[in-house]
Design a protein around this ligand. Structure first.
Ligand SMILES: [Zn+2]
Length: 56
């Protein structure tokens, strides 16, 4: 397990951040991990889950 640099990004839809966010999605990019915070009902977050095949 190597250490990967983590980039934190804000969702442009729900604008959640570390303090207000209720869920987060993690994407592996060429440069490391990208973490995006979302509100639980954010459409962007739900779309991420669908794309990842984790919708339930
Ligand atoms: Zn969001």
């Amino acid at each position: 397990m190597g250490w990967l640099p983590t980039t934190l990004q804000w969702c442009r839809l729900c604008a959640a951040d570390e303090d207000t966010g209720e869920a987060r999605s993690v994407t592996v990019t060429r440069d490391g991990l990208m973490v995006v915070w979302h509100m639980a009902d954010c459409l962007h977050y739900r779309a991420d889950r669908v794309l990842a095949g984790r919708e339930d």
